[in-house]
Design a protein around this ligand. Sequence first.
Ligand SMILES: [Zn+2]
Ligand SMILES: [Zn+2]
Length: 291
Amino acid sequence: MLEEANLWNYLAVAFYAVMIAWDMFSDWREKRLSRTGRDMLANVAMGAGSLVVAALVTGSIFTIFDALYQLSPWHIEPTWYTWLACLVLVDFGHYWAHRFGHEVRIGWAAHVAHHSSREYNFSVAVRQPWTHHYLFVFFLAPAALGFPPVMILTTKSFNSFYQFWIHTERIRRMPRWFEFVFNTPSHHRVHHSSNPIYLDKNYAGIFIIWDRLFGTFQAELDHEPTRYGITHNIDSHNPLVINFHEYHAIARDVAHAHRWSDRLRYIFHKPGWKPGDGPRPIVRRVVALFR
Ligand SMILES: [Zn+2]
Ligand SMILES: [Zn+2]
């Protein structure tokens, strides 16, 4: 089964290569490649690096999932409906892992790499961080519930595969029912935009339903054109800078902080937190309950 999964991964990488080449060719024909080419190459380098890291760590992650699966009182048989259930559970885990990557600064330090391109094309899909694999902890629940590790890793790979095609401006809108249930190019363009109204919205992997349920959905608005990138854009195509600049910024802030509570907040509060901003709204609400 693992060999079969490997074959699908190779096919996926070949598909990504063809689609990215299509975008490069289009940009060359429209005389935009001199602007977008370096960014696209950086994205491909990020993708290649993330494949190497994945090859190094996936075995250990599999072992951890397997240990939990062995401890589980249930052992789920693979049928079409248990595969579907696993896909939904993994997508739910993805929603929270992705939200962590945006709303906790140490998570953002890894995930920012996916957002620092100011372009939006298929190559941005493979612009993947090299330091986010610890987020496998968000997928431990299916293993504890008795889903075999191969099912979890396969549905997780499919989740990433699904998200490739939504990194495009070629598709404006899908049919209304599809836009309601699934993540689409339109929803994900919002996710990659730094317009204040679009910030920290649409964390979905496959099902946009999670954002609708948990209050993080934002539709793409015709009167608000998307501005891709991050609030403070970096001026580098170096994969090391792309991967580690926010870790460096955290270390600098922590070194200059005067109190331990501030040091912790620089690491675990929302990105952009500064002394005087106070605790998170959720913490404020809990504290108010006990007053
Ligand atoms: Zn994101
Ligand atoms: Zn994306």
